[in-house]
Design a protein around this ligand. Sequence first.
Ligand code: GDP
Length: 535
Amino acid sequence: MTPSGPTVSTHDVVDEAGRRRTFAVISHPDAGKSTLTEALALHAQVLTSAGAVHGKGNRRGVTSDWLEMERARGISITSATLQFGYGDTVINLLDTPGHADFSEDTYRVLAAVDSAVMLLDAAKGLEPQTLKLFDVCRYRGIPVITFINKWDRPGREALDLCDELTERINLQPMPLTWPVGVAGHFRGVLDARTGEMVRYDRTAGGATVAPEHRMDADRAKNEEGTDWIAAKEEHELLAASGGEFDHDRFIDASATPVLFGSAMLNFGVRHLLDLLVELAPRPTPRADVNGDTRELDSPFSAFVFKVQTGMDRAHRDQVAFARVCSGKFERGMTVTNATTGRPFATKYVQQVFGQERSTVDEAFPGDVIGLVNATALRVGDTLYDGKPAVKFPGLPSFAPAHFAIARPKDLSRAKQFRKGVDQLESEGVVQILRSDRRGDATPVFAAVGPMQFEVATHRLEAEFGTAVALDRMPYSIVRRLTDPAQRNLIDSSRRGEVLQRGDGALLALFTDQTALGVMRRLHPELAVEPLIAST
Ligand code: GDP
């Protein structure tokens, strides 16, 4: 905060929010997310403080540093933000970790974005982790832009990839570009909105922004011949079957704009940025727990969507990442934590991307701030300034897929073990399931990705001095049991088991689909429902 600086008017806050585009890339490992992130940054000027664009970008290996750190520590340590300026727009790209493993953190990031870019490998199409992340986008109603990557390599047919979107996830593709030349022989794209061809020229390794040449349809036909004609025909075919661009359908998430490109050669990346600027939703007022909206120009408010605790004992720190929902954030502010009612001083606030950290002096709706030494903050907490008080809904818990019984190796540490487990539960490191049958001394850890177990055991040992033995359980299917009276039905069947999660939900666990199927046949009245996410 500049002490003598003018105070920001409400008009400025709404204006600043309107410049923000806050999104995440959802993809399967190897589809090219790191490459795309670098390519996006290449087009942009990296911001050194929120809102202010500085000429000399410091983007030296941001992504690789970050992966290096993940590797060194053997876990996905953080979800962080890359913020950069593109023209007059401030882009906030939130990372969804998920290289080595998948965890709830990945999903929680999607609570903090306004849109997502679904990145597909042209040779592979929809892959398992993309599908899981897409489910969360759909659940939250997040609009998705699809970028079909690696078109410079042999891959599937463009129409085939588009059909897959319709058939497997019921998402109408609305191609805004169409590739000229089959995968592996990429000449450029047909720009569906102008009818022109954009030809891409290769640069060495895509290291610089690839030159683009626009040409009208006649010239494209002359120069590209059958490739151009095929592109036009295919695109028209798709446009005629519901693929005409419709902004409302993008916003209501029933259809997705599709772009073709190559992150590695930097083809189509600028188009993606332009699309984000033009079409992607900007921050909108967020609804609080009562369903009332906190207007953008209300005093500062934010919610914590991720807490990262340093895994290294020597450098133990805890950073809480919060998405700003309203007002202007100024470093040094003392805000209130709505969960505890306690004040929280924001002296140390940073932007964190990989190992690069820079101090944040101010931030606006759509931005992400990293609150350092935030041991008092938990995932889902609301922070606010001034009046009225506000509390946003907590973040959903996701369907776990891995289960393990936890017990302290040394029984004399049972008290510390219990304390540690409570701490992990409150931070959302793993979900904790309990039942009377198992008793309090041996809770069940439940996780979306197995690496969450490693984080949990490491922390119990490092911070609570309790070595932990984990016994993996054979369950892989989980359903929510909506009728508590049926608990015994499952428990006594020996085909499954019911455990209670901290939020009160009863989770019925089964070894596999067959076990669930048998239970259903024996007891057609069984009241279980799938749980992608539950609040
Ligand atoms: P991530 O796991 O999703 O972050 O994927 P990376 O960005 O690390 O990319 C995985 C591999 O695909 C790397 O070897 C990249 O060089 C390669 N790759 C990424 N984008 C492209 C592309 O557009 N074309 C080609 N041919 N290779 C690509």
